[in-house]
Design a protein around this ligand. Structure first.
Ligand code: DGL
Length: 268
């Protein structure tokens, strides 16, 4: 049965792992958080590309037969290189601007993502394919990832910073908001408090996991086993803290899986 690697700069990719455990609970997973280096979103393209490639190679060396790069920033900066150097299926995540453009009624769409994602060639190339009648209000969520990493997703400080970032989107009258960073689904409650229930929130985790499923199916690696698989949490900072945060943030039935944690070995 295929072991699946899920990688992010920190705890954000847990939003993707959560969905993976809902759709594909029978598989085994390694979740790798590079929390010592989070946030990636304010680092250089070269650094993000080199580090993401090294960590994905590590996951492959641990026996992963597919990897989800559960980070919009790493996908934008590194996925091409990762796909070129690894032989296993690599699934990325991108801000859902396409579904947002299709679902928006008034054609005004907010995009909250990291600075690196918004500046990347990959994101801007995707943006260029979309209908020009749709207006995208792009906003970098500077400072939000460190607060989520510190377990402060529900704090007053986070709410205030988020309010500042969402102001231009609200002022423009957006009826749809793209959560363009995998950390941001963990701010859903705070976003709803600030913007109300009528705004449509776009989070691509379901589609990403469907894509993972298709890839496993096409390789004949989709498990039909009935029992739940194991999940190993690996962190470059503190693996036990990561596992505790996973138990706190995730809503899938984590307790049904065999859980363990381990420190990230030195990576060359
Ligand atoms: N979770 C990430 C993303 O989807 C990275 C955030 C960061 O480290 O800045 O972009």
């Amino acid at each position: 049965m295929a072991l699946i690697g899920v990688f992010d700069s920190g705890v954000g990719g847990l939003s993707i792992l959560d969905e993976a455990l809902r759709q594909l609970p029978q598989h085994d997973y390694i979740y790798l958080a590079d929390s010592v280096n989070a946030p990636y979103g304010e680092k250089s393209s070269d650094w993000i590309a080199a580090r993401s490639l090294a960590l994905c190679k590590h996951l492959e060396s641990q026996g992963c037969e597919a990897i989800v790069v559960a980070c919009n920033t790493a996908t934008a900066e590194a996925i091409k290189q990762i796909r070129a150097e690894l032989r296993i299926p690599i699934i990325g995540v991108e801000p859902g601007i396409k579904p947002a453009a299709m679902q928006s009624q008034n054609g005004i769409v907010g995009v909250l993502a990291t600075e690196a994602t918004l500046k990347s060639d990959k994101f801007n190339a995707l943006l260029a394919t979309l209908p020009s009648h749709c207006e995208f209000i792009k906003q970098a969520g500077a400072g939000l990832v460190p607060l989520i990493e510190a377990g402060q997703g529900d704090s007053t400080q986070t709410l205030e910073l988020l309010a500042k970032h969402l102001q231009p989107i609200q002022d423009a009258g957006a009826d749809t908001l793209v959560l363009g960073c995998t950390h941001y689904p963990f701010l859903r409650k705070a976003i709803r408090r600030l913007l109300g229930d009528s705004i449509t929130l776009i989070d691509t985790s379901e589609a990403v996991v469907r894509q993972l499923k298709r890839q496993l199916e096409s390789q004949g690696k989709l498990s039909a086993q009935a029992s739940h698989g194991a999940v190993i949490f690996i962190s470059s900072k503190n693996a036990q803290t990561l596992m505790a945060m996973a138990q706190d943030l995730m809503t899938s039935d984590l307790a049904a899986h065999q859980l363990s944690s381990a420190a990230l070995e030195a990576i060359s």
